[in-house]
Write a protein that binds this ligand. Structure first.
Ligand code: FEO
Length: 400
């Protein structure tokens, strides 16, 4: 038996949650699990929105069958072809031979690449920007969202219920633990950090494309957002849209300092601690510190999207940047972070070079303001470096 969640009289959540997965996309830790959402609309024509990941496929198929209760499935709308949502398309096509897939032309190509489908063109209804599908009581409008964060992505607006099926947008890491709606949990306390970490790591690079989607969405009256991951929005939609406007324009949410350090024996860490103490004494309250060897870079990237100031402190290692710090900096650059004030601290017992090398990665990013102070340690912190750290603390406060 399974217990299918009813959203409205004719709309059901038929997804599943995975709490065993170690790394989403084999890259991002998901200690709170991950939900793969799918929605089923029971109208005169029956429409399924997306499939689900292999990990929850059995639950997903059982949910769909339970709601259908022997009825025929008319359409499968495919918003996104990443396998965490498309994995079951092949099986659904076999199980429901009369079902038509509704997707963009780019998605149709991808279906052919992922699955072995005969007569693919007969099974697929290609839609473009603004096309509609009338299902009886509902009129669905398809809105393309290319490169949010794949090229084939589209979202669907149901005019009759003012519902936007938003693909990966407005999603979050974290399983669904009974409560299906953001207004049933303390979202800001318990979910926002994972929502930001999901956005910044999965979609963060594509701010321009997200802004384009937000612009299209701003012309729609939206009362419910149904994303492919995380909880459904039916209240405070303006609040999460405002977060997306900030994240996608690379605007800091808050003034604050993220200090990320790479330290082998603790001397660089000591410099980072001294700087943090000085900043606190100068009245700063939003100070986050991360040892890049202890914290996965997805968490540090998320805070880099949140706060206005970033300090990177690294030892010199093999005449370069300590590996975990180098990975973090490349991760930040690959995600197109912009508009931050940045400082560097370097250490090197005989030839400190990590400061310049770190700067070379971050300085080319758009809108980065690099502070000229670069405290340089040649092993342990000495009185001269305390002065340099004090000067950096002054410069950070002055630039707030
Ligand atoms: Fe959740 Fe881009 O797939």
């Amino acid at each position: 038996m399974n217990y299918v969640r009813k959203i409205r009289e004719d709309l059901y959540w038929v997804g599943g949650s995975d709490r065993r997965l170690a790394l989403f996309e084999n890259a991002y830790p998901v200690p709170n699990g991950i939900a793969y959402n799918s929605y089923l609309l029971i109208d005169e024509k029956i429409v399924l929105f997306d499939t689900a990941d292999r990990a929850v496929s059995e639950q997903y198929q059982a949910n769909v069958e339970a709601v259908l209760a022997g009825r025929h499935l008319d359409y499968l709308v495919v918003h996104h072809m990443e396998p965490d949502h498309c994995w079951a398309i092949g099986e659904m096509m076999r199980n429901y031979p009369d079902m038509k897939i509704v997707c963009t032309a780019t998605a149709m190509k991808m279906i052919g690449q992922f699955f072995d489908v005969d007569n693919i063109k007969e099974r697929i209804m290609v839609v473009a920007e603004g096309d509609t599908l009338n299902t009886g009581n509902h009129e669905l409008t398809f809105v393309t969202a290319p490169m949010v964060h794949w090229p084939e992505v589209m979202v669907t607006y149901d005019k009759s219920t003012k519902t936007l099926f938003s693909a990966d947008a407005f999603g979050s890491f974290g399983a669904i633990n009974g409560n299906l709606y953001t207004d049933e949990v303390n979202y800001e306390r318990d979910y926002l950090d994972e929502s930001r970490r999901y956005y910044s790591n999965i979609v963060g690079k594509y701010g321009v494309q997200v802004q384009a989607l937000l612009k299209k969405a701003s012309s729609l009256e939206i009362e419910m957002l149904c994303p492919l991951h995380g909880l459904i929005w039916r209240e405070n939609i303006g609040w999460i849209v405002d977060k997306y406007l900030k994240w996608s324009s690379y605007t800091p949410e808050e003034k604050g300092v993220v200090i990320a350090y790479a330290s082998i024996y603790g001397n660089t860490e000591n410099a980072a601690n001294i700087l943090a103490g000085m900043l606190a004494d100068k009245g700063l309250r939003n100070i986050k510190m991360y040892d890049v060897s202890a914290t996965h870079d997805s968490y540090i990237l998320a805070d880099a999207f949140r706060y206005s100031h970033l300090v990177f402190a690294s030892v010199t290692y093999n005449n370069g940047i300590f590996t975990n710090m180098e990975n973090l900096l490349h991760h930040i650059a690959a995600h197109n972070l912009q508009n931050r004030t940045v400082a560097f601290i370097q250490n090197g017992t005989w030839a400190p070079t990590s400061g310049k090398l770190m700067k070379d990665i971050i300085e080319p990013l758009k809108g980065m303001s690099i502070l000229e102070q670069m405290p340089t340690l040649k092993s342990a912190v000495k009185p001269d470096q305390v002065k340099e750290l004090a000067a950096l603390a002054d410069a950070i406060v002055a630039s707030m």
